[in-house]
Design a protein around this ligand. Structure first.
Ligand code: ARG
Length: 473
């Protein structure tokens, strides 16, 4: 019947999977289920994966060598089309995979229809994301290292600069600015370690799992893995197409990294305020106010602090995305991409800003020193001094507490109390006491591994620099 034969041949806009359908997809459903608007970002990885798949199919004799070559060349031409912005992305073709495959068939004809042999979009998309995320992690690691290098330089520059260290945001003890910067360095060191560790679980090849059960073709999965630089192949096809743990792990590491940047941002914002005035951020990283002429706002750190929220949200999205899914692949998984892409973009932007901005901040050392002289930052040093003179620590603590009260009543610092007054509080006090009451003396005294003394800051900075050099070779 003519009516039936009209359905025999796919029309121009026909689906690659259209065979069993009796009516076209609803136009709204087509848009609702399509992912091409965002997953086209995977085009390079999709082409790279397809080229490796074709090469492998030729190696095992499923494709002729010339057929594989035509496919590989055809895909190459499509890559160029896309890069040049000349590719006609079609929502009707649903996603990046079918847009490229359909275009390949348009370009090279019948042989293009052989590319999808022994493969499904389920293992294809899992491969694409893994390739994409692997490269993203490498880019992020480069920026983390650049930022860490900047922090190490700054730490060395400000190794002797004294500032108040806080607990409960109350003045606690003198620390060096360099020591504070190396604390930030350590946070990032753990972030880098988490990302490198997670990368091992990203770098596993799913191709060969096909839709969910594997494929009857004699695929050489190890060869495909080698072509694509994967360390291993997945061991279970059901798990291979449904697993998104690697994306969740990455996003968890990303959320932790953003939490660190947010804490650093918070300190930068505080320190630039007139009340602290510890630092100046470079003008190129700040903005003014449309009404208040005096303002120089730390927009960039504020924005990084704000953006932390979206990355936390993406982690929650991905966890929730997976929690109800039976094995194996479900369309839900299409929702993994936008959170993942935005997480990577947010990290790259935030790290790039910090890597440039933080190392070029100016420390206002006269203000950090003056601030250290307020708030009795050396009270613990006085107690330690008394311990050195034979007083039990608990008693020394009590005595110094009284000294602080006296100083407070007179509106002076501990170091400004006359010797006679200190001796009235404890007869163990000698005239050498003032050396330990200076912020510089206090910091220099903490000369043990991990301590704030300038000598330790220089030592840790040198060790950090060596680690960074090793990581980049
Ligand atoms: N666009 C899909 C995704 O991102 C590709 C896989 C589709 N597979 C399928 N069986 N519908 O997950």
């Amino acid at each position: 019947m003519t009516q039936d034969s009209a359905h025999d041949k796919p029309t121009a806009g026909a689906k690659l999977w259209g065979g069993r359908f009796s009516e076209p997809t609803d136009a709204f459903v087509e848009r609702f289920t399509a992912s091409v608007e965002f997953d086209r970002r995977l085009y390079r990885e999709d082409i790279q994966g397809s080229q490796a798949h074709a090469r492998m199919l030729a190696k095992v004799g499923v494709l002729g060598a010339d057929e594989a070559e035509q496919i590989i060349q055809g895909l190459e031409a499509i890559r160029e089309e896309i890069a040049a912005g000349e590719f006609d992305w079609q929502v009707g073709r649903e996603d990046v995979h079918m847009n490229i495959e359909a275009r390949l068939i348009e370009r090279i004809g019948e042989v293009g229809k052989k590319l999808h042999t022994g493969r499904s979009r389920n293992d294809q998309v899992a491969t694409d994301i893994r390739l994409w995320l692997r490269a993203a992690i490498d880019d992020i690691l480069v920026l983390i290292r650049a930022y860490q290098r900047g922090l190490v330089d700054l730490a060395e520059r400000e190794a002797d600069t004294v500032m108040p260290g806080f607990t409960h945001l109350q003045t606690a003890q003198p620390v060096t600015f360099g020591h504070h910067m190396l604390a930030w360095y350590e946070m990032l060191e753990r972030d880098a370690e988490r990302l490198r560790d997670g990368r091992r679980r990203v770098n596993v090849l799913p191709l060969g799992a096909a839709a969910l059960a594997g494929t009857p073709y004699p695929l050489d999965r190890e060869y495909t893995a080698e072509l694509l630089g994967f360390d291993e192949v997945t061991r279970n096809s059901l798990d291979a197409v449904s697993d998104r743990d690697f994306a969740i792990e990455f996003t968890a590491a990303a959320a932790t990294l953003m939490m660190h940047l947010s804490r650093q941002a918070e300190e930068l914002v505080l320190w630039t305020s007139a009340q602290f005035a510890f630092i100046d951020l470079p003008d190129r990283y700040c903005t003014g106010s449309s009404i208040m002429p005096q303002k120089k706002n730390p927009d960039v750190p504020e924005l990084v602090r704000g953006k932390t929220g979206r990355v936390y949200g993406h982690l929650m999205s991905l966890l929730t995305l997976m929690k109800g899914q039976p094995l194996a692949y479900n369309k839900d998984n299409q929702e993994d991409k936008e959170p993942l892409f935005d997480t990577v973009d947010t990290l790259l932007g935030s790290l790039r800003a910090f890597a440039d901005m933080v190392p070029s901040l100016e420390v206002r050392a006269e203000n950090t020193l003056a601030a250290t002289r307020k708030g009795f930052a050396t009270a613990t040093d006085l107690a330690d001094y008394l311990v050195g003179r034979g007083v039990a620590f608990r008693d020394a603590h009590e005595v110094v507490g009284r000294a602080v009260r006296v100083a407070q009543e007179r509106g002076v610092d501990l170091a400004e109390l006359p010797l006679a007054d200190l001796q009235a509080i404890s007869e163990a006090v000698g005239d050498d006491v003032f050396a330990v009451l200076t912020p510089e003396g206090s910091a220099a005294a903490r000369d043990l591994t991990g301590g704030t003394a300038p000598a330790q800051v220089r030592r840790q900075a040198a060790a950090a620099r060596q680690r960074l050099d090793e990581a980049s070779t």
